[in-house]
Design a protein around this ligand. Structure first.
Ligand SMILES: O=C(O)c1cc(=O)[nH]c(=O)n1[C@@H]1O[C@H](COP(=O)(O)O)[C@@H](O)[C@H]1O
Length: 236
């Protein structure tokens, strides 16, 4: 998969999402369907967008006891998605159970890339220590969770690009890093805490970037997407 820009389709319903897609006039995209849109529209939306030629990252961040996660992953695999998420905080057994479920449910033989959320990009080091009560540094915690994900047989992790290099060094150079928290100016924050620009994400070694509002709320979404793609991949 060559350095995709994954668009976070954080829309209220299918109508709004498809109105946004008209700017792209039939182009095949890599779309992230998250909880908001999936809870509203369900698997039929995912299947339809797959049929239209888009790649789908179904981001439901599974986090429960291993048996429940395995059974949920088995269902999710039947939609034929390209990528999906679990929370690394669920532990190695839970992540391994997710992989078992995905293998059992996949009908096409193409297993979705399964990545584990390490620490959300909305989490700061201070919040992690004081609220979540994790005493290690953010970087060590992310790398530790990434190692757990590797042990469980996952393909990679979701992290900030700020941690991608450490994961490549300390887990494996081929361990896939999906990095949200992308902003065109790195001093622009909102609910995100660990943000980087597309250029920085590239230099830090991310494999894929996830971008939502910088594209979806832009006056010209197609222009914003092209600008981000060029910054992220360089001139092609
Ligand atoms: O799993 C994710 O995709 C995710 C993990 C994470 O740590 N941080 C994060 O922002 N995301 C998702 O990435 C997207 C970021 O959206 P924007 O902040 O609008 O670019 C949202 O859909 C989040 O759900």
């Amino acid at each position: 998969m060559n350095r995709p820009v994954i668009i976070a389709m954080d829309f209220e319903n299918r109508q709004e999402a498809e109105r946004f897609l008209t700017s792209f006039s039939g182009e095949s995209l890599f779309l992230k369907v998250g909880m908001e849109l999936f809870y509203k529209e369900g698997p039929s939306l995912v299947r339809d967008w797959k049929r239209e030629g888009h790649r789908i990252f179904l981001d439901l961040k599974l986090h429960d006891i291993p048996n429940t996660v395995k059974r949920a992953a088995r269902q999710l695999a039947t939609f034929g998605v390209d990528m999906t998420t679990v929370h690394a905080a669920g532990g190695v057994k839970m992540m391994a159970a997710a992989m078992e479920g995905l293998k059992e449910g996949t009908t096409t033989g193409d297993l979705p890339i399964c990545v584990a959320v390490t620490q959300l990009t909305s989490t700061s080091e201070e919040m992690m220590k004081e609220e979540l009560y994790i005493a290690h540094s953010l970087e060590d915690t992310v790398v530790h969770y990434a190692n757990n994900a590797k042990r469980a047989g996952l393909h990679g992790v979701v992290c900030s690009a700020l941690e991608a290099g450490h994961i490549k060094e300390q887990v494996s150079p081929s361990f896939y890093t999906v990095t949200p928290g992308i902003r065109l100016q790195s001093d622009s924050h909102d609910d995100q805490q660990r943000v980087v620009t597309p250029v920085k994400a590239k230099s830090l070694g991310s494999d894929a970037i996830v971008v939502g509002r910088s594209i979806t709320t832009a006056d010209d979404p197609k222009a914003a997407y092209e600008k981000i793609k060029t910054e992220w991949r360089g001139k092609e």
